[in-house]
Design a protein around this ligand. Structure first.
Ligand code: MLT
Length: 273
């Protein structure tokens, strides 16, 4: 596994890379970084090249986002497609968890033909409800008052299952450190992007590539009912529920997540990615 920097025409982006072969793009959740994918990057199946970028404005080494810069899910999707082109990946299997899933769906909206397989983990197709949007405003206010530590305090109780909290007591510290390494501007931009993201129910019918929906059975933020909606909306999609895991299923149950991911990669036609 190597940490690299891509120097794109408009900005530089840090990404983690492991393996060689067909392209796999890993998109992280809010408000984390590429480091969220370390457990998967350490066990990428033979024949696959995985790339996990920091989303714009997030990641410890990120320069942040200029104040007032408006970012939407479409911005992150454009960034991901630009990075793919830079890395000579015309198509890729795209795996996004939570906000990473919102970005993956924005990539579907923009350039579905560049996605050879799709993994939507602990995420949803619907836009924010009125309550959800009000919650985003509260989170922005909290971020303004207390910075990233306030966001970490608010989010941590919702991210892990009871079992993970009991059996992996260090995991909360790992998540806290990742959240607090981010700049406030990047976190604020992501909150606004999630609040304004469009509903993606209407584009699920465009997805024809092998698709896997993964959800932690105890996910409190994007519960299994949301995963079922995604699976029903995407022709041929399979659903994999991970018992004992919450919202951060790839970190809580890394082996189960990686083996489900490997199953999906096996369903992608060789050479199609
Ligand atoms: C995430 O995990 O990316 C976020 O919690 C998703 C959200 O808040 O909608």
């Amino acid at each position: 596994m190597t940490s690299r920097t891509a120097h794109l025409p408009t900005r530089s982006v840090r990404y983690l890379e492991a393996g060689e072969g067909q392209p796999l793009l890993l998109l992280h959740a809010f408000p984390f970084s590429a480091d969220q994918w370390l457990p998967q990057l350490s066990r990428i199946p033979r024949g696959w090249r995985a790339v996990a970028p920091d989303l714009r404005g997030l990641g410890g080494e990120s320069p942040g986002v200029p104040p007032g810069d408006t970012i939407g899910m479409d911005t992150y999707a454009g960034d991901a497609l630009e990075l793919m082109a830079h890395l000579d990946m015309p198509r890729a299997v795209v795996c996004g968890l939570s906000m990473g899933g919102y970005v993956a769906l924005a990539m579907v909206r923009r350039s579905v033909e560049r996605i050879s397989g799709l993994v939507l983990a602990d995420t949803r197709a619907a836009a924010d409800s009125a309550d959800g949007r009000a919650g985003r405003e509260r989170m922005l206010a909290l971020l303004g008052r207390e910075g990233p530590p306030g966001v970490a305090r608010e989010m941590l109780p919702k991210l892990l299952s009871d079992r993970s909290r009991r059996e992996q007591p260090d995991l909360e510290d790992v998540l806290k450190a990742m959240i607090e390494a981010n700049a406030s501007e990047g976190i604020a931009a992501a909150i606004r992007a999630m609040k304004e993201r469009p509903d993606s129910m209407g584009i699920l019918g465009r997805i024809a590539c092998p698709t896997l929906v993964i959800v932690g059975k105890e996910d409190a933020l994007t519960p299994p009912a949301e995963a079922e909606i995604l699976q029903r909306g995407i022709a041929g999609a399979r659903l994999h529920t991970i018992p004992g895991a919450g919202h951060m299923s790839n970190l809580e149950a890394p082996l189960a997540f990686s083996s489900a991911l490997e199953g999906l990669l096996g369903a992608v036609e060789p050479g199609r990615a």
